[in-house]
Design a protein around this ligand. Sequence first.
Ligand code: NAG
Ligand code: NAG
Ligand code: NAG
Length: 235
Amino acid sequence: MVSFILCLLPALLAMSAQGETLTCNTCFGQTDTCSFAPGTCQDNKATGGCLSVAEAITLDGTQNTYFYKQCLSSYKSDIEVPISFTVGNGKYVRINTTRCNTDNCNSAVLGVPTGSTTENGLQCPTCFALNFTLCNSSVTPCNGDETYCIDFTGFLYQGSSPSPFQAKGCATASAQAIKPGANLISTPYTFSFFWGQSVPAQKIPTSGASPALGKFSFALYLPGLTGLLLVKLLS
Ligand SMILES: *[C@@H]1O[C@H](CO)[C@@H](O)[C@H](O)[C@H]1NC(C)=O
Ligand SMILES: *[C@@H]1O[C@H](CO)[C@@H](O)[C@H](O)[C@H]1NC(C)=O
Ligand SMILES: *[C@@H]1O[C@H](CO)[C@@H](O)[C@H](O)[C@H]1NC(C)=O
């Protein structure tokens, strides 16, 4: 046993001198068989990581699911945990993510977050608008674990063409990791957030005033406009 370890030692030292490699699984698919390009990839163990993602996105009006596993050149990145947000009219983004940095740690295909349809007693202004169209928000009940309200402007990249967007809606607590300057990468899009915030959602009032006129939605509306103007100025 000792001689075996002694034999291995020079090999191990040589490897660490060159920078150890990390091996991850790869695949891509629109179903959970994730059957395209199955294999492995390598990255630098010190900085890289393995990624597994399952996502469901309906921003263009149809539901698309995507599954992939790949290497990450940077283990640390902006948004590292499952995240979902719902922006009204059946449009949502739900991303289940695992990031890890041991060999083949991304071998499992993740489940797409199903999204609860049970109202949780909270509400947010919701809307989604592209290319400077009006984000005409209406206050909508939130479901399941979407207990935060998001209000963001930024650019949505599909391929290389950027479309300015504004999004408001209910989101998981993990959406607090979305900060101006952050990127959220999904298969069809990259969201590059330019301005915005996440705040705990307010309770649906039990009676009385119209929810759409609460001080809360007004407070979110003003900075949203400012952000949109800034996006417009800079584009
Ligand atoms: C992510 O996938 C794992 C493995 O399939 C599953 O256990 C978990 O519930 C999923 N997370 C979400 C938020 O759906
Ligand atoms: C915004 O939506 C409300 C109700 O959904 C509608 O009554 C109103 O006309 C819309 N405003 C604009 C400017 O589109
Ligand atoms: C928004 O603008 C981009 C870039 O010009 C374009 O590719 C995209 O189709 C537009 N989207 C909508 C919904 O108008």
